[in-house]
Design a protein around this ligand. Structure first.
Ligand code: KG4
Ligand code: ZN
Length: 336
């Protein structure tokens, strides 16, 4: 088959992103326009502001993605866009843009599940990686343990019953005064702290080996902070950050390695924004090595939201002959 170039668009949260990806694996360009500085003022993503900034920036981001790749729109074989899950107003900007381009340039169109995109980020740097494999997806909105049975086909083993892992990082960061975005700030503070200093609970979900619960862990941090404050004790932000981070890492590692052993899987694929956490990557690497499991992780730039991962996922849908029509819509609550 001749080379197939996807122009991919991602606008599900606070990153306006576009990329050109060849044959689902080779990234020709990857442009990410982050709104982090804008939302930091408000301590989190403000949906209406995110949508407005997507509108203001998306044309420029797409033009840059095409020129960085050294191609024109006429050389593009298909348009891929995140259709969900995410913020509805933010998603609609990308979906409307993708439909307009597909219609005007007469190109096939496909809507992509953002969570699937995170997993497919692994295809970019691991050319030998093909499903089926076990995957652990940890982002700001989602925490899933799943089997990717085939391209575009997942079997969910467990998911969070309350907060997502990244959400817990963000909430704890706010509570200890580190602000937004929480994950990278906790990781940085934790470097100076002792992960064994405070024992936070490793959340378990009754009756399920693979579901996750992070809200109890977050509440335990809040209770600890209140208690210490009442007692007039000083709080060590690095110790709280390191101990909380360790609790999250222990739960993620235990779930993933248990699933790999029980299902006889020799490969574990890590994905999502939280996967850029170096302490998590190192802990999982060590646990996997001990069990003879190969761990696959994307580079940090492909862990947090980007359009290259959407281009990778879109390619495999196009390859199966799937197409969306002009009735494609944003699906904010889309599940994997
Ligand atoms: O995948 P992503 O960019 O967006 C969603 O699809 O949700 O993930 C964003 C989440 C945020 O909650 C952020 O705090 C977390 O990923 N995150 C991290 C790190 N970098 C980003 N969490 C822990 N450690 C990090 N280094
Ligand atoms: Zn994401």
């Amino acid at each position: 088959m001749a080379d197939f170039l996807v122009l991919a668009i991602e606008s599900s949260c606070d990153e306006t992103a576009a990329a050109v990806v060849k044959n689902g694996r080779t990234v020709l360009s990857n442009v990410i326009d982050s709104q982090i500085d804008i939302h930091t003022k408000y301590g989190g993503v403000v949906p209406e502001i995110a949508s407005r900034n997507h509108i203001a920036n998306i044309d420029r981001v797409i033009r840059t993605a095409l020129s960085d790749a050294g191609v024109t729109l006429s050389q593009i074989d298909g348009i891929g866009v995140t259709k969900g899950p995410g913020l509805v107003g933010a998603l609609l900007v990308g979906v409307a843009e993708a439909k307009a381009i597909a219609f005007a340039a007469d190109k096939p169109l496909i809507g992509v599940n953002h969570i699937e995109g995170h997993v497919c980020a692994n295809f970019i740097e691991h050319p030998d990686l093909e499903p089926p494999f076990l995957c652990l997806i940890v982002s700001g909105g989602h925490t899933h343990l799943a089997m990717m049975e085939d391209y575009g086909r997942f079997d969910i083993l467990g998911r969070t019953v309350d907060d997502a892992a990244g959400e817990a990082f963000d909430k704890v960061a706010r509570a200890i005064g580190l602000g937004y975005p929480g994950g990278p700030k906790i990781e940085k503070a934790a470097k100076e702290g002792d992960p064994e200093s405070i024992r936070f609970p490793r959340g378990k979900v009754d009756g399920s080996a693979y579901d996750f619960s992070f809200s109890g862990m977050k509440s335990a941090v809040l209770n600890y902070l209140n208690h210490e404050e009442m007692m007039g004790n000083p709080i060590s932000v690095p110790d709280v950050a390191a101990s909380f981070q360790q609790a999250v890492i222990d739960v993620l590692t235990e779930h993933a390695v248990t699933a790999a052993k029980e299902l006889g899987q020799r490969r574990l694929v890590l994905a999502g924004g939280v996967a850029s956490n170096r302490t998590l990557r190192a802990a999982l690497q060590k646990a996997c090595e001990a069990q003879g499991i190969t761990l696959y992780v994307p580079s940090p730039v492909y862990c947090t939201d980007n359009a290259a991962m959407i281009g990778a996922a879109a390619y495999y849908h196009f390859a199966k002959g799937e197409r969306d029509g002009m009735d494609l819509n944003a699906v904010p609550g889309l599940r994997l």
